[in-house]
Write a new protein. Structure first.
Length: 82
């Protein structure tokens, strides 16, 4: 009598998925927090009549928000092509 063991889940692939999801989750969370910080700081600096610094903070917030949106689009593309 021969016993055949089937592998339903590949350990290496599962580990890669967990690591990629963790890194992506932390990265997107950090980028979104930078976006919130940038827009909030921009408002604060704008009320203090520090327009150049407010513009720089708003630019940082905008770039971080664009990074979050790009990560979302990338995730959707990856999920639909597999």
């Amino acid at each position: 009598m021969t016993v055949v063991l089937a592998s339903l889940v590949e350990g290496k692939e599962l580990l890669q998925t967990v690591v990629a999801a963790t890194v992506a989750g932390l990265g997107v969370t950090f980028a979104f927090s930078v976006a919130i910080w940038g827009f909030g700081r921009s408002v604060e600096l704008g009320t203090e009549d520090r327009r150049l610094a407010a513009g720089a903070a708003a630019a940082i917030g905008t770039l971080a928000l664009l990074l979050v949106l790009a990560a979302i689009v990338f995730g959707i593309v990856v999920m639909t092509h597999k």
